[in-house]
Design a protein around this ligand. Structure first.
Ligand code: FNR
Length: 180
């Protein structure tokens, strides 16, 4: 099985990118998780799309998603929502309209980490309406990591976090298997 985990943070020391890497490191032998970020994706502008079509970084990301059996959106929470960087990338990926279904109608999971107390719960809850609109087949168990600053020592996660990610990923792998 092949999964893709997209981190919605551009920050070098991002907790969410670290969480995406941890998901990849935790995967069982028969599951590959490709981790990617959204660097290089321009701001959506319909004039640019009309003049030049879909930018190469968007097509490249779409290709990675289509090659995967399941999609994991690892997103920070900014002001109780998904950061604009992530929403912008998702908007590009829904263009042109006929590409939305083949890109997104696949098993999709939400994961997120924050130094705060609520584990990106507001961002995840708020994005449900967007993901439903895009036709994602959503895994109902969302991975929420609170107090991320206490859970990672550099790239190394504490044992409890490894266990939490392992249990969650087992559930998502089952969901992907059932729905492919
Ligand atoms: C935040 N942060 C934040 N955290 C949270 O739990 N709920 C929130 O609503 C917000 N709002 C918010 C707005 C803006 C503009 C910034 C820059 C930050 C803090 C955020 O969770 C923190 O910066 C994380 O470290 C971001 O994720 P990465 O970059 O570590 O992956």
């Amino acid at each position: 099985m092949k999964l893709i985990a997209i981190s919605g943070s551009l920050r070098k020391a991002s907790f969410n990118t670290r969480l995406a890497n941890l998901i990849a490191d935790t995967a069982p032998g028969d599951v590959t998780v490709d981790v990617t970020t959204l660097h290089g994706i321009p701001l959506y502008n319909a004039d640019d799309e009309a003049e030049s079509g879909i930018p190469e970084p968007v097509e490249s990301l779409r290709g990675q998603i289509k090659a995967a059996d399941g999609l994991i959106l690892v997103t920070p929470e900014y002001n109780a929502a998904m950061p604009g960087v992530f929403k912008n990338a998702l908007d590009w990926l829904t263009r042109p309209g006929e590409e939305m279904k083949p890109t997104f109608s696949r098993p999709t999971a939400l994961a997120g980490a924050t130094p705060g107390a609520w584990g990106t719960a507001y961002s995840q809850a708020g994005s449900l309406v967007n993901l439903r609109q895009m036709g994602c087949l959503l895994f109902p168990d969302h991975l929420r990591i609170s107090k991320a600053g206490d859970r990672f020592d550099g790239e190394k996660a504490d044992d409890k976090l490894v266990e939490q990610v392992d249990g969650w990923l087992t559930g998502f792998v089952d969901f992907v298997t059932t729905n492919n």
